[in-house]
Design a protein around this ligand. Sequence first.
Ligand code: FRU
Length: 487
Amino acid sequence: GDYTGAYRPRVHYTPPKGFMNDPNGLFLDPNGTWHLYYQYNPTDVVAGNQHWGHATSPDLYRWTNQPIALFPPNATSGVFSGSAVLDPNNTSGFFPNQTDGVVAMYTLNTPTAQVQEIAYSTDGGYTFTPYEGNPVIDIGSTQFRDPKVVRYQDHWVMVIAFASEWVIGVYTSPNLIDWTHASNISHIGLLGVQYECPNLVQVPVTGSGSTKESEGWVLTISINPGAPLGGSITEYFAGEFNGTHFEPYDGAARLSNFAKDDYAGQFFYDQPVSIGWASNWQYTNEVPTANEGWRSAMTLPRKNYLNNTGLGGYELVQEIYDLSPILGNNTIPQTNLVNSTASTTLPNVSALYFDANITIPANSTFNSNAVFNFTFATGTGGESVKGGYRFAGTPANTIWLDRGNTNGFDSPFLTDKFSASQVNRATRIQGVVDRSLIEVYVDGGAVVGTMVVFPTEPLVQFDFESRNLPEGPEISFAAWELVDTWA
Ligand code: FRU
């Protein structure tokens, strides 16, 4: 692939050419290599003609593009989203002589039905053979897709969307071939127009209100269209799972992102690590990156856990996965950014990572103009992306982003402004500015904003400031260039 285009992110994954959507089949192999498959149209820069593209990485940032892993059997069908598992105990029977067998389960989309198929890999996930007895599940539906498989004690568990019925089905299997419908999770959270890409996985639990358990279950559901901010978004539910039935702890729908460009996220098999698709079905087929021969990026990889806040129940915390392998030049050395400014210019348009660690003594009182703000601007032409945090006032404890002052793409759906408010004041604000993709993570990922941006010229000037803070709080601030993972 040609990764020189000005919109091409430097540290977020993008396909070599063509169109990408959902992450699929994520797993970590026994040698420590991460495998990312993805919905892929290799022949055009719009969705369609779905294959599974494939890339591998030692650290989730530096990716090597691999040959396409799954091909549709004919021109009218597509290999839709799904997942992959390791089968070291050969429960499937495909792997009599090895412990590193991989089974992928995906939806085959045809004009008349969406059926579930499996394919197995004896070479560690590089090439797959479709199972001769496919499909393994066919209920005669055209709206039945996106199987995600996990291991639960002595059996396999798969969740799947009955997309237009707003139902997530739970299936069980001893061998990944014979599947039994076990239960339904029906009409929970925000419905939108369809449910897609469910995940039901175990992640660590932390937090003041947490009891003795150290792992908890989280169900994610992606909805499209009809998200609160338009188009597509992902919601999540913490709850109990007993191997066949899931029960959410409360009836609340919580979104996994406060902006619009984070959809169809998937967890790696047996790892609390996830990646989302950093786009929105409302405009993904129109964004101007097509001029560079590609469309869509993945989010940063994230390490997840459930935080029992003791206040509003469990929140899913999506921490930025260890960035140290790609941390470059410390372009803004550590400084106390209280009521002061810090700036850097990156003329070679690298990605920038910033980290603001905020210490707020008890009894601090903030006036309504107390803010931490950032501006990322083009060299000329006056375009910019802005954002910041309000410590008080109305709305208080609020992170915001604004992509309105960019002129590279015109769509009624590319809305400008996003915000999220928290119960407690932020203690940390991190961000990655990566050409056409910007992400902010508040309080280690309790609140995440992911936003595509299309200025007509690269963002090269990065300014940070805080104003009107009282005596007492400190903001330990620093910024780094990230290494160009495609150089
Ligand atoms: C979600 C989705 C899935 C489907 C895939 C097709 O973005 O619509 O439901 O499997 O994309 O590419």
